[in-house]
Design a protein. Structure first.
Length: 248
């Protein structure tokens, strides 16, 4: 069942999104060569606490951290660790913020120092594909219009679109209907209506789109060791077009 949000409920989600966006802005200067992804996780948890919010991911189906931190060939759900980030790495930090029972979700990929031309192109195209999808998130369109816009743009730039992990509705629960794939034909799927709140979160790979899961049961990697990046916003569908609730 798709839960339509009122304007007041969307405003509550926007307040959670503002905290989340502020945290990502702080991470821009915090993330650098020589720190660990565990330090990133601790930074985020402390930031949320200071701002009266909670990390919704922590404890979700037993997940033990406040963030997912996915480095290089990790597509998503990477465990924070003591491994040092080094020049040339890319890391995606994904977090879900709970403010007074309402949620916002956003992932952002970061370059560690100077990265290769290939890595920078992956970051740029993945971010742009997110906004290509958001452009299609208007009342009257269908989910497939979002999906198709992302896939066409990403593949034209030489990257593959991950199939195994997709966007979703969000509200007081982390995962609600509808599902939002980042690939597929246009004009298919659920019709978008004002009051829907969705995450759009394309994950692009430099190699094949397939994934494999580590023994921890969470960490998803590319099957061929290729690089992966992800950018994600929580958006509200309104009569006046999409509103990004997690805009930085």
């Amino acid at each position: 069942m798709i839960i339509i949000k009122s304007k007041d409920e969307i405003l509550k989600m926007k307040k959670a999104g503002e905290i989340l966006a502020a945290c990502h802005r702080e991470l821009r200067t915090f993330i650098r060569p020589g720190i660990t992804t565990l330090e990133i996780d601790q930074f985020v948890e402390a930031f949320l606490k200071k701002n009266g919010a909670l990390p919704e991911q922590k404890g979700y189906h037993g997940y033990p951290f406040a963030t997912c931190t996915s480095v290089n060939d990790v597509i998503c759900h990477g465990f924070p660790s003591q491994t040092l980030l080094v020049e040339g790495d890319i890391v995606t930090v994904d977090m879900v913020v709970n403010l007074d029972g309402w949620l916002a979700d956003s992932a952002w990929s970061y370059a560690i120092g100077n990265v290769s031309e290939k890595s920078q192109k992956l970051l740029d195209v993945t971010k742009e594909s997110l906004y290509k999808g958001i452009e299609q998130a208007v009342a009257g369109n269908r989910i497939g219009d979002i999906s198709h816009a992302i896939q066409v743009f990403a593949e034209a730039q030489g990257f593959s679109v991950v199939r195994d992990f997709i966007g979703h509705g969000i509200g007081q629960e982390m995962h609600e209907e509808p599902q939002v794939p980042h690939y597929g034909p246009p004009h298919k799927g659920t019709r978008l209506k004002a009051g829907m709140v969705l995450t759009i979160e394309p994950m692009l790979n430099t190699g094949k789109y397939h994934s494999k899961i580590d023994q921890d049961g969470w960490t998803a990697r590319t099957v061929d060791g290729g690089l992966s990046a992800q950018y994600e916003h929580t958006i509200a569908i309104t009569e006046d077009g999409p509103v990004i609730l997690t805009e930085q």
